[in-house]
Design a binder for this molecule. Structure first.
Ligand code: GTB
Length: 215
């Protein structure tokens, strides 16, 4: 069944693929699964119709027949579990790939998001100059550990998986800082991920929304 996802009608990133629908689009492209997109405004996201799909009034959501999902991690896990291309066949490798999906969301993304939020919301506060280096350090701890683990491997655990997809998307949130470029292992990893044809198709599709080209 062809799923429908929701995405920003007007993304604040102006089509750079940083909003979380990009993760879902990429996963669906990797799985070769056509999908529909319903664009929602910030106002529509807070209306009862959307809140019935997403209790926090956000994007992305995922509808497939009677199934309604929110949370990008849950959506990716569903896509990976039910379609080929995002999880290995070997049972142990499959569980490890799911572990990397959780690691991206629970261990690597939180310090990145916290740093990002402080830049948006506290830049004019007296403590900002002292606080930012502390938050940078927390991100760098994870970058060091991740770069050490990845070393010269192409992907986190054997072949490309849903864990890599989520990790690459999480690391992309560091674009615009000088952090990622200090870790060539990780910036090469992100470049490998974003060079994948499925990523490119997903990026073009969400970019078309910004350019007013999508239906
Ligand atoms: N944990 C949820 C998930 O992973 O699905 C988080 C979902 C979420 O944060 N959704 C955001 C949203 O709907 C969009 S992605 N926000 C509107 C609201 O809360 O009212 C976060 C996001 C937004 C914009 C950019 N950007 O412009 O760079 C990047 C990331």
């Amino acid at each position: 069944m062809r799923p429908t996802i929701t995405a920003f009608a007007q993304s604040p990133d102006q089509g750079q693929g940083l909003a979380r629908d990009m993760r879902v689009r990429w996963a669906l492209e990797e799985a070769d699964q056509p999908y529909d997109v319903r664009l929602v405004s910030f106002e529509e996201m807070k209306r009862p119709e959307h809140l019935a799909l997403h209790p926090f009034g956000q994007i992305p959501t995922y509808e497939e027949g009677s199934l309604v999902l929110f949370e990008s991690g849950a959506i990716l896990l569903h896509i990976a579990a039910h379609r080929p291309g995002l999880l290995p066949d070997d049972p142990d490798a499959r569980e490890r790939a799911i572990g990397w999906l959780f690691a991206a969301l629970n261990t690597v993304e939180p310090p990145i998001v916290e740093r990002e939020q402080v830049e948006y919301t506290e830049a004019d506060r007296s403590w900002y100059a002292a606080r930012l280096p502390l938050l940078d350090d927390r991100v760098r701890v994870r970058m060091n550990q991740l770069a050490g683990r990845l070393a010269d491997a192409e992907w986190l655990d054997e072949g490309f998986s849903v864990g890599d997809l989520m990790m690459v998307m999480v690391l992309r949130r560091l674009e615009g800082t000088n952090i990622l470029e200090d870790y060539p292992t990780l910036s090469d990893y992100v470049a490998r991920g974003t060079a994948r044809p499925a990523y490119q198709r997903a990026f073009a599709a969400q970019r078309a929304v910004f350019e007013g080209l999508s239906s």
